[in-house]
Ligand binder design. Structure first.
Ligand code: SF4
Ligand code: SF4
Length: 173
């Protein structure tokens, strides 16, 4: 199953503080499988505590046949949402969002673009590509790296901390 994405809302405290964690190397964590919950693909599936973050001005229309892929949402009444394209200035940041490629199926979901080109914010999330590189660096510098899953309790990697792989640590450390 697909998924992935981006940066949690700014200033969000880690919800993991009081929870047990699994300490895994990056390779061990990457070996786990996305469970296809789809919560990282739509803010409403994650209690509106999960936002897209920095976005391209065309909302990734080039990846979706010319139609916006990532669609900003605005809550009109409690629990009621509407699409809010186009964004008012400043552009470039999307908070609550849904994705045109998301195919919800109850508690799970699939991605109609899976296997195709997708924004790195989702194709790499939460520990592949630049996300993985950042986590590995954080683990070496701080002793642990924290995947951006604090607001995604159903995520495969919700309670995971990335620890350094001692075999690959530089000799100088
Ligand atoms: S393209 Fe949309 S549905 Fe597919 S993984 Fe990215 S955010 Fe999720
Ligand atoms: S929240 Fe985690 S487990 Fe769920 S679809 Fe996204 S990456 Fe996969």
């Amino acid at each position: 199953m697909p998924p992935l994405r981006p940066a949690a809302p700014a200033g969000v405290p880690r919800a993991l503080a009081a929870l047990p964690v699994r300490e895994l190397t990056l390779a061990e964590a990457q070996a786990l499988e996305c469970n296809g919950c789809g919560d990282c693909c739509d803010s409403r599936r994650a209690g509106n505590r999960w936002w897209w973050g920095s976005a391209e001005d065309d909302f990734y229309a080039s990846l979706n046949g010319g139609q916006p892929l990532i669609i900003p949402l605005r809550e009109t009444h409690e629990g009621e949402w509407e699409q809010s394209l186009p964004l008012p200035p400043p552009r470039g940041r999307v908070d609550a969002f849904t994705c045109a490629a998301l195919r919800p199926a109850g508690d799970t979901a699939s991605c109609s673009l899976y296997g195709s080109l997708r924004p790195e914010a989702c194709s790499g999330f939460p520990l592949f590509g630049s996300f993985g590189a950042a986590l590995e660096l954080e683990a070496i510098e701080k002793g642990y790296g924290t995947p951006q899953t604090a607001w995604l309790p159903r995520c495969t990697w919700f309670d995971v901390l990335i620890v350094p792989d001692e075999i690959t640590l530089p000799e100088s450390l």
